[in-house]
Design a protein around this ligand. Structure first.
Ligand code: SF4
Ligand code: SF4
Length: 163
């Protein structure tokens, strides 16, 4: 996994132009079976990929925290939401709450998430490859393929399946 992660940014760079074209075409005319195809590709990829050997998302980018996330996680720590915000979060350029630091404070040395059951929605959904209307998040996906080896493989498989 270490080697895969090392090579990933370069591989993402090399496929960027092709991906941009592919997603532009997909956005214009999304196939009817796109949702079911994404479900299939996502499940197949995550049977092969063990996130516990990776955790690159938790190490390199943080999630954004919604108000509901903050409420749930601060309750878990028996903290007041404001206290949780002041301890762990900051407001980013888009006015969202994000982590003060990466790797994520809640990531253990064994790659386990210490707040797994109450983790932010964005963490639960990353890399969003099983969401409906996948063509709508192509800009985000093009960024994610440089971080997430599973997302990279899924996009490569999409290109094979939807030439
Ligand atoms: S979601 Fe992607 S980046 Fe995150 S741990 Fe799993 S494979 Fe790695
Ligand atoms: S909250 Fe958990 S899943 Fe989310 S980035 Fe931190 S360690 Fe990873």
């Amino acid at each position: 996994m270490e080697n895969i992660l090392k090579q990933l940014p370069q591989k993402a760079k090399e496929t960027a132009t092709e991906n941009k074209k592919f997603f532009a075409k997909l956005k214009k005319r999304p196939p009817k079976h796109l949702d079911s195809l994404m479900q299939e590709l996502h499940e197949a990829e995550f049977k092969r990929t063990d996130c516990l050997t990776c955790a690159n998302c938790c190490k390199t980018t943080g999630p954004l925290f919604t108000d509901k996330d903050i409420e749930r996680i601060s309750k878990h720590f028996r903290m007041k939401p404001q206290q949780f915000i002041e301890t762990y979060l900051r407001v980013d350029e888009e006015n969202d709450y994000v982590l003060q630091n990466v790797p994520c404070t809640f990531l253990g040395a064994d790659n386990y998430c210490s707040i797994y059951d109450v983790r932010p929605k964005a963490c639960r959904e990353f890399p969003h490859t099983d969401r409906k209307k996948f063509q709508q998040i192509s800009n985000l996906t093009m960024k994610n393929v440089a971080i997430c080896p599973a997302a990279f493989n899924i996009v490569e498989e999409m290109k094979r399946r939807l030439p």
